[in-house]
Design a protein around this ligand. Structure first.
Ligand code: NAP
Length: 247
């Protein structure tokens, strides 16, 4: 129970990678606040699973693009649970379109959720973590944020921005014993990638030396490590989780 007694807030944890991260942190002993935007039932299922396994969790409505809502939720968590030890900025959306076709609205939405959302949540937890002289922030980028991808300019821009933002966070908060790191998944089987047709999936699989697509649990294991005591001297780093797709 490496995270025993810790309070962890995971955004976008109603399904997919976020749900696996919430389960992983809870299995390591953290009390987990399971954020959701639209899928309340999904978040409540994650909470029920954690509680059934002897852990502690609660579901909280949290739109990361809404700074006022983020502030209110973090203030409420600190007031009720006393602290936030771990923040996992997982919430994300994609809106795939070529640069010549993407609309201003699509561009703005992807940047608002994927990049401004990370800023909103980090800003909200920064003071409580600095006051506590302890904190772990783990941000979800993507292999695409490093390599770029046709049809994903907005998504890649946001995910690349997360890397620069995290390195700045690491430098600003290090003196208060707060670490900030990135995990950059490759192709992980979730709702986000389920829309791809069989040919596209097979094509991606051929690009993975380990020979399989990733699972949400592969990402959750890395996040749990970065949130735990074994990672106390690691900050400002990007951990790639992609089966060797990008080396
Ligand atoms: P997913 O299955 O589509 O789930 C997205 C999650 O984000 C849901 O829980 C959703 O909440 C939440 N969300 C969306 N907009 C939100 C908002 N404005 N505020 C708060 N929550 C919001 O995605 P995933 O595949 O698990 O991806 C999780 C993260 O990993 C994302 O940041 C994604 O970019 C990144 N990633 C994924 C892959 C991959 O291959 N899947 C690869 C690299 C990086 P509701 O369900 O409640 O609406």
């Amino acid at each position: 129970m490496t995270l025993g007694g810790d309070v962890a807030l995971v955004t976008g944890a109603s399904r997919g990678i976020g749900a696996a991260i919430a389960r992983g942190l809870a299995a390591a002993g953290a009390r987990v606040v399971v954020g959701y935007r639209t899928q309340r039932e999904g978040a409540e299922r994650v909470v029920a699973d954690i509680v059934a396994g002897g852990g502690a969790a609660e579901a909280v409505a949290l739109d990361v693009a809404n700074a006022a809502e983020v502030d209110a939720v973090v203030r409420d968590v600190v007031a009720r649970l006393g602290k936030v030890d771990v923040l996992v900025n997982n919430a994300g959306v994609s809106a795939d379109a070529l640069i010549v076709r993407i609309t201003d609205e699509q561009w703005q939405r992807v940047l608002d959720v994927n990049l401004k959302g990370v800023f909103n949540c980090t800003k909200a937890v920064a003071r409580p973590m600095m006051r506590a002289r302890r904190g772990r922030i783990v941000n979800l980028s993507s292999v695409v944020g490093v390599t770029g991808n046709t049809g994903q300019a907005a998504y890649a821009a946001a995910k690349a921005g997360i890397i620069g933002f995290t390195k700045s966070t690491a430098r600003e908060l290090a003196s208060r014993n707060v670490t900030a790191n990135v995990v950059a998944p490759g192709f992980i089987e979730t709702d986000m990638t389920r829309t791809l047709d069989a040919d596209a999936r097979a094509m991606y699989q051929t690009m993975v030396p380990l020979g399989r697509l990733g699972r949400a649990e592969d990402v959750a294991a890395a996040v749990t490590f970065l949130a735990g005591p074994g990672a106390s001297y690691i900050t400002g780093q990007v951990l790639h989780i992609n089966g060797g797709m990008y080396v």
